[in-house]
Design a protein around this ligand. Sequence first.
Ligand SMILES: Nc1nc2c(c(=O)[nH]1)N[C@H]1C(S)=C(S)[C@@H](COP(=O)(O)OP(=O)(O)OC[C@H]3O[C@@H](n4cnc5c(N)ncnc54)[C@H](O)[C@@H]3O)O[C@H]1N2
Ligand code: MOO
Length: 414
Amino acid sequence: MADGCACDRHVNMYLTVSEAVQRGLSVAHPVAETETLPLQQAIGRVLAEDCSSRVDMPAFDNSAMDGYAIRTRDLGDGPVFDLPIGGRVAAGDSGAHTAPVGSVLRIFTGAPIPPEFDAVVMQEDCEGSADHIRFTRRPEPGQHIRRAGEDLKAGAPILRRGCEIGAREAAVLASSGHGHVSVYRKLKVTIFSTGSELRQPDEALGPGQIYNSNRYMLLALLDRPWIKLTDRGPIADDPALLKNVLREACETSDMIITTGGVSVGDEDHMPRLFSEIGGETDVMKVAMKPGKPVMFGRYGDALYIGLPGNPVSAFVTWRVIGSKMMNRRAGLRDTPLVSEQAVLAEPLHRRAGRQEFRPVRIEGSTSGGFPLLRLLAASYSGRVALLAQADGLAIIPAETEYLPEGHVLEFHRF
Ligand SMILES: Nc1nc2c(c(=O)[nH]1)N[C@H]1C(S)=C(S)[C@@H](COP(=O)(O)OP(=O)(O)OC[C@H]3O[C@@H](n4cnc5c(N)ncnc54)[C@H](O)[C@@H]3O)O[C@H]1N2
Ligand code: MOO
C-alpha cells in the first residue's frame, strides 16, 4: 500500500519508537558473569571493568626522530654547530649513556634520552661523517623529545567498562600494561525463523514457498565475537514444534530472537506460545514504519524478542530496538545510532502517524556538502532487493505528512 493505510487508524494507541526502546531496555540486564582473558583472546569482547593506565605513557623521555641527541648548553654561538659523535643509543637500550662534554650521541626513534641531553636534531638536518656532525639551525630545548607521561600519566583512566575491545581499545590496553582483562562472558543467543513457507536458498521452491532471508540477515547481524550463537534454522508454523523449540531456547540462552508469527493472524503463534511455556510477554504495536508488530518476552533470565516476518521490517526493528536490547544484555554501554543530516532530492507525501525509517539512495551531494537523498518506494516492508539497493534509512518524524524538495532530515547511513 502506498502512503500508509487504514491499518494505521489505531496509531494513537501505539507506542512511540522511543517508548518501545525504553521498554525493551528496561528488561535487558547485562549478563552477571565475567571472565579474565589474555588480551589477545579478549579482542572483540565487551570490557567488564574500568581500566586505568599502569604506567606513564610513554614510560620515559624518548626520541621522536632518528638523529643526534645534544645538550643545548654545549652549543656555541653558531651560525654553524660542529660537534663530535661521542656515543650511540638505540630503542631498547637502558638510556644510562654518557658522552664527553661537547659531543653528541647518535640516537634512534624510541631510544631513551640519556641524562643531561635535552634536544634531538634529526639526521636530515645534519651533514658530517661517521664521527662528526654539522648543522646550522639552533635546536630549542625539548626539540623532538617525547616526554614521559605526556600521552597519559600512570593511574589515569583509559577505558570504561561496556566498550567493545576493537583496535583502538586493544592498543591502549596493551600500551598501558594490561596483559589480561576482565570481559563479560559471551552472550548465548538462539535464533530461529518461523514460517511453513520458508525454504533454504539452495532448495527448489514449491507453490507458496519462499526463500528464508531473515535467517541469513540475522546470521550476518549477529556475527560478533561476544556472541555464542545457536542457529535453529527455520521452524514450521506448528504450535507443538514451535513451543518445544522456544522452551529449549529459553532454557539455554540469554537471548532468543525470532522472526515472523508476532502479528494477529491465525498462524501468528509466538505471543500465545511464549505465555504457554510460562514466559511473560509484552506484545506491542509500535508507531514505526516498517515494523509495527514487535514482541518482547522474559522467561527467567532469558530475554526474547520477536521481530516481524517481513524482512525489511525485521531488519529495521532489529536495528532500532532489538540490537539495543541485545547490546545492553551483553554488557555494552548504550550505543546510539549514528545519524547525519541529509537533504531530500524530491518532495515526500505520506500519511502521518508512524515514525518512518525509509530506505533511500544517496544521489550526490548538495553545494553545502550534505548527501542528497532519493526516496525508494513507499511500500517496502517485504522488499529485500530494494533494501540491498539502499544506502541508508531516512528518518521521517511520525507527525510528518509532507516534506518539500530540499528539506533537511536525519539519515542513518549503512
Ligand atoms: N490484520 C493484520 N495483519 C497484519 C498486521 C496487522 O497489524 N494486522 N501487521 C502487518 C505487518 S505491518 C507486518 S510487519 C506483518 C508481521 O507479521 P508476522 O510477524 O506475524 O510475520 P509473518 O506473518 O510470519 O510474515 C510476514 C511476511 O514475511 C514473510 N517472512 C516471514 N519470515 C520470513 C523469512 N524468514 N524470510 C523471508 N520472508 C519471511 C512471510 O512470508 C510474510 O510474507 O503482519 C502484517 N499483517
Ligand atoms: O510494519 Mo510491517 O513491519 O509494515 O510490514
